[in-house]
Design a protein around this ligand. Structure first.
Ligand code: ATP
Ligand code: MG
Length: 367
């Protein structure tokens, strides 16, 4: 009886730990496999307890090597750059791994405890910080340049317009038309650059995000229909109002929807999903309060992000398109940041295509 309650006691402790914990015997037979590691690996504990570590993780040579070393030498080994792949959806978890030996009463090594910490969120935060740093220095430079370009550009456009009025021949008018069109294009790039480096102050209001999304679909309707894109709406009607700047968030989703349309030139499916998301924010004291966010996910059935694009997300001027300026995602990222939201971009795992998730704060008085 006492043994039973002791067992439950330890099981409860292991179940409440957020780190993955695997305990193995000296012979490397698994004796404990807690729920956190079940979740990360996608393997149920009932399938692995009693089996050897090697049969369960045959391709994880680094894990097997370090465990072997720990058991043979009695030294704790760690690897902060380890990865584990969940079986059912092939999701990769970046892991910080620590393998510590434990001894029996006589002091002989009896086995090892493997602690696997999911570093997904930490890695994301690190990556975001790195990008913010890069953007900040780029921003100062481009803001200065943008101002310098705008003035002569205005002069150029004005002169071309005057010329257009004076010129008689159709052919020459065509040329001045090109000058005006192209100066407008440069102007919009410069405007975008200015937004990026010197964002306009937000005019935050509690807004129904579904209305904002419907407006965007209305704006893009013609183009989407023309290239035979089906729109699927999966809106959660119970989603509270979000605290957003309508104009700027419209720009964000316009960029995202345009990107989706541009990758589905031969048609496809554009899905807009909204739902409430419980985000974890790690606070300094180590507690993990839950923060409710509104999540808008836009998925497409296009080509998906190339490897190059994935490692250059939000880098201004990175584009794989012949006519792209590569500012769409950089600006969207900036605007979402200003909203204290976040953006997560990945390729779909269920089929070919991309998924862009935008997390935005819920207006407090509506919670
Ligand atoms: N839905 C998507 N599917 C696949 N790749 C995408 C998708 N959205 C963006 N990308 C990739 O990311 C790159 C950067 O996108 P971004 O919107 O910043 O710039 P762009 O679309 O190339 O140009 P701009 O938006 O300034 O016209 C794209 O060139 C493309 O390679
Ligand atoms: Mg774009």
């Amino acid at each position: 009886m006492i043994l039973d309650s002791l067992k439950t006691y330890y099981e409860n402790i292991l179940a409440s730990v957020q780190d993955g914990i695997v305990v193995i015997s000296k012979e490397q037979i698994i004796t404990t496999f807690n729920p956190a590691i079940e979740e990360m690996s996608g393997i149920s504990s009932s399938h692995v307890v009693g089996k050897s570590l090697e049969t369960v993780f045959p391709s994880e040579s680094r894990l097997l090597e370090l465990t072997g070393k720990t058991i043979n030498t009695g030294i704790t080994y760690s690897d902060s750059d380890f990865q584990i792949m969940r079986r059912w959806d092939r999701k990769i978890f970046p892991i910080s791994l620590v393998i510590s030996p434990f001894s029996d009463r006589e002091g002989n090594i009896a086995g090892a405890v493997l602690v696997l910490r999911d570093m997904t969120r930490t890695k994301e935060l690190e990556e975001n910080l790195r990008k913010a740093d890069r953007l900040a220095s780029l921003g100062t430079l481009s803001a200065g340049m943008a101002h310098e370009i705008k003035n002569p550009l205005g002069g150029l456009r004005g002169a071309a317009q005057l010329l257009q009025e004076e010129i008689k021949g159709e052919k020459y008018r065509e040329y001045t038309g090109v000058i005006i069109k192209e100066t407008d294009r440069i102007n919009s790039i410069v405007e975008n650059l200015l937004t990026l480096s010197n964002p306009k102050p937000l005019k935050l209001k509690p807004l129904n995000i579904h209305k904002v999304l419907e407006n965007i679909l209305l704006l893009e309707e013609k183009i989407l229909k023309k290239i035979k894109i089906t729109i699927v709406r999966d809106f959660d009607p119970s989603l509270p109002s979000l605290l957003i700047d309508e104009g700027q968030i419209t720009q964000v989703f316009l960029n995202i929807v345009k990107n989706a349309a541009e990758t589905m030139k031969k048609g496809g499916e554009l899905t807009l999903i909204t739902k409430i998301f419980y985000d974890y924010i790690v606070i300094e004291e180590g507690g993990r309060p839950q923060t409710k966010m509104g999540l808008v996910e836009v998925t497409d059935t296009g080509e998906g992000f190339g490897e190059d694009a994935l490692s250059n997300l939000f880098t201004p001027f990175f584009s794989t398109k012949s006519k792209g300026t590569g500012l769409g995602l950089a600006i969207s990222h900036k605007i979402i940041d200003e909203h204290k939201g976040r953006i997560k971009i990945q390729n779909r795992t269920d089929r070919k295509g991309a998924s862009v998730q935008v997390f935005l704060p819920i207006a407090l008085d509506t919670v």
